[in-house]
Design a protein around this ligand. Structure first.
Ligand code: UFG
Length: 328
């Protein structure tokens, strides 16, 4: 299949591009490299450095490619930043997706897989989270992802778009063969921050909140490996029916607390990793983990990395060999 991939130089996108190329698909990556990395793009794919806001370039690129499907990863994805810069988030995420859909509809491209988020649930009424729970996001980032889901639903009904929204939980880990990994600047995510302490690049990990109503008082998350995310994208695009909107939670179903994760990281890395309690980070729900039954049943997907130790081993392999990320 000829597949157009936005944000294919980013963390999740780059792992999925490798998966698509391994599966024999032809991939064109469209990425402005604002947060992504040229080095992360599979050399078998074609990279066009472009912005979704550049509708002329987008139009020319989509017109010339005979694409059957689009995978849409490109987005701004920092919750705290979204609170500070909501207009930027709505423009970059929602308005640019609108442009993408307009160009797709013009060229009759009717298959899309979209990176949605568990952030669309906000504070869920219970865990594990099922797809039918209310979507009431608590920050602009989550609201942009929800707005896009509505765009996709309405496009499916109106012009036959076939779209799958994959609501990721916490994307984690690195390519098991060590080719690519996670490199954000600045880094806000727990696992890379913990591993930077192991590498001696920072003194300690701050645990944001130890007074949550959870078993050990720290926040609980569902860390889904990027290799599993890559697999599910391949399945989603190959099974995508025209004219239908689908949405799935993509997680392992296992909740792991911040304290547990730090403890396993100590064992995996063999480093002490000092940790200290810190005030809660604003807007963090206490406990988020998926009920992945629906996607497992409907798409036949099964996450391979259900043990946080194995997730951390792949992440550690990448960080150890790339202590300065892609500029190592
Ligand atoms: N945490 C710490 N110390 C740190 C960094 C994080 O204790 O230095 C904690 C956070 O408070 C949270 C957990 O570790 O409880 C995970 O935090 P991350 O920042 O790694 O991930 P989030 O759960 O905040 O964010 C993820 C995705 C977002 C998405 C969000 C939905 O990265 O894109 O889930 O809730 F919006």
């Amino acid at each position: 299949m000829n597949i157009f991939v936005t944000g294919g130089a980013g963390y999740v996108g780059s792992h999925c591009v490798y998966g698509l190329c391994d599966g024999g698909h032809h991939v064109l990556v469209y990425d402005n490299l604002s947060v992504g990395h040229r080095e992360a793009v599979d050399p078998r794919a074609t990279l066009i450095v472009g912005d979704l806001a550049d509708v002329d370039l987008l139009e020319r690129t989509l017109a010339g490619g005979d694409f059957e499907a689009v995978m849409h990863f490109a987005a701004s994805a920092e919750v705290a930043e979204s609170v500070q810069r909501p207009l930027f988030y709505y423009r970059n995420n929602v308005a640019n997706t609108l442009s993408l859909l307009e160009v797709m509809s013009k060229h009759g491209i009717k298959k899309l897989v979209f990176s949605s988020s568990c952030a669309t649930y906000g504070m869920p009424p219970a865990v594990p989270i099922t797809e039918d729970m209310p979507q009431t996001p608590i920050n602009p980032y989550g609201r942009t992802k929800l707005a896009i889901e509505w765009l996709l639903r309405d496009s499916a009904a109106a012009w036959g778009l076939g779209a799958t929204a994959l609501r990721y939980f916490n994307a984690a880990g690195a390519a098991p063969d060590g080719r690519i990994g996670e490199d954000h600047d600045p880094e806000s995510h727990l696992i890379p921050r913990v591993l930077k302490v192991a590498l001696g690049q920072s003194d300690q990990i701050k645990i944001f909140g130890i007074d949550y109503p959870t078993a050990d008082g720290s926040c609980v998350r569902d860390y889904v490996h990027v290799a599993d995310l890559s697999n599910v994208h391949g399945i989603a695009i190959e099974t995508q029916p025209v004219g239908q909107f689908r949405c799935y939670n993509v997680g392992t179903g296992q909740g792991v607390s911040v304290k547990e994760l730090v403890e396993v990281a100590r064992e995996v890395t063999g480093h002490e990793i000092p940790a200290s309690p810190s005030p809660r980070r604003e807007g963090d729900p206490p406990e988020l983990y998926a009920d992945p039954t629906f996607i497992c049943t409907e798409l036949g997907w099964q996450p391979e990395y259900t043990d946080i130790r194995r997730v951390l081993e792949t992440a550690w392999q990448w960080h150890r060999t790339h202590p300065r990320g892609y500029s190592s």
